[in-house]
Design a protein around this ligand. Structure first.
Ligand SMILES: *Cc1c(COP(=O)(O)O)cnc(C)c1O
Length: 432
């Protein structure tokens, strides 16, 4: 950069509240990560081509973006989009709907439609995502699977994060109908699972009981690697459109892709027996689903760059980061252990202050329903609650870790991280 240009950059960062020292730290960390960044770009290239190919072979056209209302019979856009997801994720069929309200709904739908009273559900990767505890009935809840006589077994990961094959084998019996595998660690400290690891686990489970349905909770995992769960043996996978595959544009929605029979079960449950996939008007939002999917591989690459930049900077500043700055990535979540309540608050306020929407809002810890401690959240988003957009949150309790994710562009993620560091520095929590 010429001196003039460098001055210009320093100035614009200064306008956004980033001092020279923090700005320079960012530049240095970015230079150190050049090689990693180019790997993320390469993965995005592959996945972008995969998306374009899926759209081409299914003949996406402008008519697919037309609104339908009422029953939504013969909805070309909806049917074509489901074919695109089927091709892209290598399934036999898909359900991609604005009527699926979020990720939890998509997963609840997959489970409740493919399990029957008397069946057992197994999680061989430890405790599932918080909201699924109520779906399953681990925490008693109205309408849970437990209320319908569906039992649940769980095998925790071994202390080193590997699968407890012996216990898994013992836990699969004649009632075991479906195995749920969560790809992302979510808000836990266990490692996220690579596609290769998921493949090994599925192969083992199928060797014990071939007819068991293997489902993957794919939330936060889409487009992080070149392959997706169905390509390594999963029968069904589900996720949220206000995370990775919505590319930040989808304002709502969830998806399921997998075996024809699994999707059929889900469709009859989502709408009604007898109606299945044939109804469900799109209300005019399908262009955002298509365009968001088109952008998603590069949005995910930007989020991954933000995650490793955060890991690089916070590790250098002496904080524990999970995953480590050098570790391979299997989802877009980055945990930073700030170690104190003040640290968490300063971090989240920095992320919030870097937003384009609601930048002036000051996050405060609050007693959120369902949590046993106060929780702090930062999210200035175009789509409410969207976590493919730059966001951070965490429960205010030891080890005082914030979970940082998203950023529709890498630049925005970078600004958020620098602003969080500036906040910590200004608060005397971080020495620069
Ligand atoms: C986000 C998430 C969910 C739930 O999705 P919501 O859209 O928040 O309901 C489930 N599982 C994992 C791993 C997630 O990250």
């Amino acid at each position: 950069m010429t001196d003039n240009k460098a001055a210009l950059y320093k100035e614009i960062y200064k306008q956004l509240g980033i001092g020279e020292k923090i700005y320079q730290l960012g530049e240095r960390a970015e230079a150190e990560l050049e090689e990693r960044f180019s790997q993320f770009d390469k993965t995005a290239e592959y996945n972008q081509l995969k998306v374009i190919h899926a759209m081409q072979v299914n003949k996406v056209n402008a008519e697919c973006f037309q609104a339908t209302s009422g029953y939504g019979y013969n909805d070309l856009g909806r049917k074509t989009l489901e074919k695109v997801y089927t091709t892209l994720f290598c399934g036999e069929d898909a359900l991609v709907r604005p009527q699926i309200t979020c990720g939890t709904h998509a997963l609840a739908l997959a489970l409740s439609s493919n399990l029957r009273p008397g069946d057992e559900l197994l999680s061989p990767v430890g405790k599932p995502y918080d909201t699924l505890e109520e779906v399953i009935g681990i925490r008693p809840s109205t309408g849970s699977l437990a209320e319908y006589g569906i039992t649940y077994k769980q095998v925790d990961l071994l202390p080193d994060g590997s699968f407890d094959y012996e216990k898994i084998k013992k836990s699969i019996h004649d009632k075991t109908k479906l195995v749920t595998i969560q790809r992302s660690k979510g808000y836990q400290t266990r490692p996220s699972l690579s596609i290769a690891k998921i493949g090994e686990l599925i192969a083992f489970i199928k060797s014990v009981k071939p007819e068991v349905i293997c489902m993957v909770d794919n939330c936060y995992g889409e487009f992080v690697e070149e392959k997706e769960p169905l390509e390594v043996g999963a029968d069904l996978m589900a996720g949220s459109l206000i995370k990775n595959p919505g590319g930040g544009l989808a304002p709502i929605g969830g998806y399921l892709v997998g075996k024809k029979s699994c999707i059929e079960n889900a469709a009859y449950r989502l709408t009604s027996p007898g109606l299945g996939k044939e109804v469900g008007a799109n209300l005019g939002i399908l262009q955002s689903f298509y365009q968001g999917l088109f952008l998603a591989p590069h949005v995910v690459a930007g989020a991954l760059k933000g995650a490793v930049l955060a890991a690089q900077l916070y590790k250098a500043a002496g904080f524990k980061v999970v995953p480590d700055n050098r570790e391979s990535r299997h989802d877009i979540i980055q945990a930073v252990e700030l170690g104190t309540r003040e640290g968490m608050i300063a971090f989240c306020r920095g992320i919030q202050a870097a937003a384009a929407v609601d930048s002036y809002v000051v996050p405060e810890p609050w007693a959120m329903p369902g949590y046993d401690s106060d929780v702090i959240m930062a999210a200035g988003a175009f789509v409410q609650g969207s976590s493919i957009e730059l966001s951070a949150d965490g429960p205010i309790k030891p080890p005082f870790a914030v979970f940082f994710q998203g950023g529709l562009t890498y630049t925005h993620a970078k600004l958020g991280i620098l602003k969080s560091m500036q906040n910590l520095a200004d608060g005397g929590i971080l020495k620069v």
